[in-house]
Design a binder for this molecule. Structure first.
Ligand code: AHZ
Length: 308
């Protein structure tokens, strides 16, 4: 429900609260409040706790069996979530992000600069999102990377079939063996990120799990958290090898990352810089077209798994 519903007594109270009651146009705009008489609607503290926890636990219950789990809510993961969630409202999609905030490396365009560069034809994805940009010929510039990632995230979160579990880390993968003895990725093992960070100084804190038909991993390049699913996939023998990201070459890197967004082990699809770690392609540095479009390609690869 986006427009607040008011009961009759609430309407009377609201009229006392505003300087000009006639400005209350169908609850659609924030009126000019009279700050002297202003009061919020009453609430009890436990109501707030229950409002949050009952929804969170209902979501944990609902998404314990997901169609798709997306690991990492950076530019590639969220682009994939948007494409997939919009194309298939019938699929249950859980996004697991280890950080509190979404966006990964995408709150700045590169170094500490704001503007974000995307090479064409990635501007078509921006058109789909309704984002404005400056057209510079072969590339476009969004005035702030945060404008891109927050718009993208808001569109993803508005989809009814998507749930973001943030501050939650993927610690391991669920696996099954098929009749040929091949390992299939069958979901993820999760924990609160703050717990994941303290396994070395606290006694065992067992994780939680999500079963899924496909895991789409977009955890970025190698680092303390990055390239997680590939690294774990290699350790458990599900992924053959991790070639490691090569040096920076924008032209080569972006094409390679988009083309390499694919199912690299049964049930595991990769997008974004995790592709470069897998296939040993170059990095592109601060240009984000391949993050958006590898997300789009990875979403298509996920759909192929459902068509099989
Ligand atoms: O917090 C991570 C980030 O938000 C999250 N993540 C990583 N490991 C995780 C785990 N569980 C849950 N085990 C995890 N979440 O994944 C997100 C990755 O986002 P990112 O922005 O780092 O990666 P990306 O591939 O979407 O975008 C990369 C952007 C880069 S890096 C680069 C270069 O180095 O040259 N160039 C570009 C455009």
């Amino acid at each position: 429900q986006t427009t607040p519903a008011f009961t009759e007594p609430q309407v009377l109270k609201l009229k006392q609260n505003v300087r000009n009651p006639d400005s209350l146009v169908a609850n659609a705009v924030t009126p000019a409040f009279d700050w002297n008489t202003f009061e919020f609607a009453p609430i009890r503290e436990s109501t707030v706790s229950r409002a949050m926890t009952k929804r969170y636990f209902a979501d944990l219950d609902k998404y314990a069996e997901s169609d798709v789990v997306i690991v990492g809510a950076g530019s590639a993961g969220l682009s994939a979530a948007y494409t997939l969630g919009k194309a298939r409202p019938d699929l249950k999609i859980a996004i697991i992000e280890s950080n509190v905030a979404v966006g990964g490396g995408c709150f700045l365009g590169g170094q500490l600069f704001s503007a974000m560069v995307l090479r064409k034809p990635a501007h078509l994805f921006l058109n789909d999102l309704g984002l404005e940009y400056e057209d510079e010929g072969d590339y476009v510039v969004v005035k702030h990377a945060a404008y891109f990632i927050t718009t993208l995230c808001s569109k993803v979160l508005a989809l009814p079939n998507v749930k973001l579990f943030n501050a939650t880390a993927v610690e391991d993968l669920l696996t099954r063996k098929d009749e040929n003895g091949q390992i299939r990725i069958a979901g993820v093992v999760t924990n609160w990120t703050l717990v994941t960070m303290h396994h070395h100084d606290q006694s065992c804190m067992d994780p939680n799990t999500i079963n899924a038909n496909v895991v789409l991993s977009a955890t970025g390049h190698d680092g303390p958290f990055g390239a997680f699913c590939i690294k774990r996939g290699v350790e458990i023998g599900a992924v053959k090898k991790m070639d490691g990201m090569r040096g920076l070459d924008m032209n080569k890197a972006e094409d390679a990352v988009v083309k390499g967004a694919s199912e690299i082990a049964p049930g595991l699809v990769v997008a974004g810089m995790e592709v470069a770690e897998h296939s040993g392609s170059n990095r592109m540095g601060p240009t984000f077209g391949a993050m958006a479009l590898s997300g789009v390609k990875a979403a298509e690869e996920v759909l192929k798994v459902f068509d099989e």
